[in-house]
Design a protein around this ligand. Structure first.
Ligand code: SF4
Length: 313
């Protein structure tokens, strides 16, 4: 008699929501006020909040519109909000509940303030269209944002003392590549401070470890989540044909499970733990054989945030 096939599911250590996202959800559920944009980049969380009767407005909604619609209290999302717009909300008498992640409020913005005081021009490496970067850049007067070699080419030849910091969710590889390019092509003395947050660092390292020995990887999270998209990109460097980015268990295809014995699961910092459970259950239903689930490392190490843990290189 042939042995029943076994599939081992290994969930990447630290997969799923980070403390910043969990705190933002708590604020939204407690305050139940309209949110300026999607609270986090995960469709399930956004639709759960909408079902609870919490309206999602345009992120940069006009102040007059807010007043006209009677929105005297709003919630700012985990990505942060431009400083000038926060001031405008206050001056118009619109109270805001700030769900900006503490990593940004208490660490990144403070670092930027310190660098500026020390006379540095800040080069922020991140997606200029992303809400986090739109907010972060407003906290300095001496700042340039770059996300490609072409944007670096367009920087002035001399900016004095320069320091590079990065979007919290960028990959280490991309930050390093662009820092190297800035040093080679523009400012050889550039300082570089890795401002990726700890949960993102942990998740990126975990998916890189896991992708080296599993047969296929499911990366769960919103398609608009920068962190999840980067996890899928990192996984596909090892599993180019077997990395599947999904935002719902219903997207899992039977053929992805055929002939494999080890399936990795990674999930972005905005992916609820319940969604990871749903995916595991769906795989267990679909796999024709025995399924064993292994847990990764404890999450305890990502819940502690060390305020000055930034690595310079
Ligand atoms: S990914 Fe990092 S910066 Fe973003 S909410 Fe989570 S802890 Fe904060």
């Amino acid at each position: 008699m042939q042995d029943e096939p076994t599939l081992e599911i290994i969930v990447a250590s630290s997969a799923g929501t980070c403390f910043g996202v969990e705190a933002a959800i708590e604020i939204a559920e407690h305050q139940k006020k309209p949110i300026l944009g999607p609270l986090v980049h995960n469709p399930q969380i956004v639709s759960d909040l909408a079902r609870e009767g919490i309206p999602i407005l345009e992120r940069y909604e006009g102040m007059q519109f807010l007043k006209d619609q009677g929105h005297n209290e709003v919630i700012i999302t985990a990505h942060g909000y431009p400083k000038q717009l926060k001031e405008e909300l206050t001056s118009r008498g619109i109270k805001f509940h700030d769900a900006t992640c503490p990593v940004l409020l208490k660490w990144v913005y403070r670092k930027m303030e310190r660098f500026e005081k020390e006379g540095y021009h800040i080069i922020l490496v991140g997606d200029p269209e992303h809400a986090e970067i739109i907010a972060s850049r407003s906290y300095s007067q001496c700042i340039s944002v770059v996300y490609s070699e072409e944007e670096i080419d367009a920087l002035p030849d001399n900016l004095g003392m320069t320091v590079a910091i990065c979007q919290t969710t960028i990959t280490k590889e991309k930050f390093q590549r662009l820092v190297d390019y800035i040093r080679e092509s523009k400012y050889p003395d550039l300082r570089a401070v890795d401002t990726r947050c700890k949960p993102v660092k942990n998740q990126q390292e975990a998916v890189q470890d896991l992708a080296q020995w599993v047969d296929a990887m499911l990366v769960i999270g919103g398609f608009n989540s920068s962190n999840t998209t980067n996890l899928a990109r990192l996984s596909s460097e090892f599993l180019p044909d077997n990395t599947y980015h999904i935002d719902s268990p219903s997207l899992i295809q039977q053929e992805w499970l055929d002939g494999i014995s080890h399936l990795g699961i990674a999930a972005g910092t905005s992916t609820p733990k319940s969604q990871i459970e749903d995916v595991k259950n769906r795989v267990a239903e679909m796999f024709k054989g025995k399924v064993v689930v292994r847990k990764g490392n404890s999450e305890d190490d990502i819940m502690s945030f060390e305020a000055d843990a930034a690595v310079e290189f």
